[in-house]
Write a new protein. Structure first.
Length: 219
């Protein structure tokens, strides 16, 4: 499956198990990384998936990319550029539609897998546009309500399922931030738990095997 020139740069792994309708998993990397990072998981994920790993739109120096800027020298500590994040949220939503059409994928079986900043954007896309998304795998991120579409609370989330995990000793994004997500999601009728692992800002092997098993039952 040749990569097509769509609005966001991406790489693709074709499914090894053909179905009448091909489910798709989109990968969104973290701050300062690129599309190759999470793609290392691709060969280990369910074979029926078409996997599309996306590069964030804002290049960083000397390398890497971001979904939005983070100002580490802000007086209140880290400051996220929420305006830029909202732009990326909508870029992703448009890209999903483009890719589903371009690669002839099942629009009713779309999974988002994010890490860190990619998880923050995956939450934002899924809650703002739940009609586009079936599953979310939210790794080492948190729910930023300031970048959700206005009036998102009124959306229908009945077909959306979310897996959340975090390192209990994460020094980049505190686990306390991540623990808020299941609480907020519960208020929307999305029942989930935060799966914690004794690691820092990364994905432990047991974490990978757990979300892989979860995913296998959802696609």
């Amino acid at each position: 499956m040749q990569t097509k020139p769509l609005s966001l740069y991406h790489i693709v792994k074709e499914p090894t198990i053909k179905k009448e309708k091909t489910p798709v998993l989109f990968m969104f990397h973290g701050y300062g990384s690129d599309e190759n990072d999470l793609f290392s998981f691709a060969s280990e994920l369910p074979g029926e998936l078409c996997i599309i790993s996306v590069r964030a739109p804002y290049p960083m120096q000397p390398y890497g990319n971001a979904w939005y800027a983070i100002y580490f020298d802000a007086e209140q500590g880290k400051f996220s550029d929420d305006t830029q994040a909202i732009v990326s949220r909508d870029k992703i939503a448009r890209f999903i539609d483009e890719a589903v059409q371009a690669y002839d994928l099942d629009k009713d079986n779309v999974t988002l897998l994010g890490f860190s900043q990619g998880t923050i954007l995956s939450y934002a896309v899924a809650l703002s546009y739940p009609q586009k998304i079936k599953n979310v795998v939210a790794l080492s991120g948190y729910l930023n309500e300031d970048i959700l579409k206005e009036g998102y609370e009124k959306n229908d989330f009945s077909n959306l399922t979310i897996y959340c995990s975090h390192g209990s000793v994460d020094q980049v994004i505190p686990v306390s931030w991540a623990r808020n997500a299941p609480v907020q999601l519960g208020k929307l009728g999305i029942e989930t738990i935060l799966n914690e692992f004794p690691v820092g800002h990364g994905v432990a092997p047991q974490n990978f095997h757990q979300f892989k098993g979860w995913l296998q039952g959802k696609i």
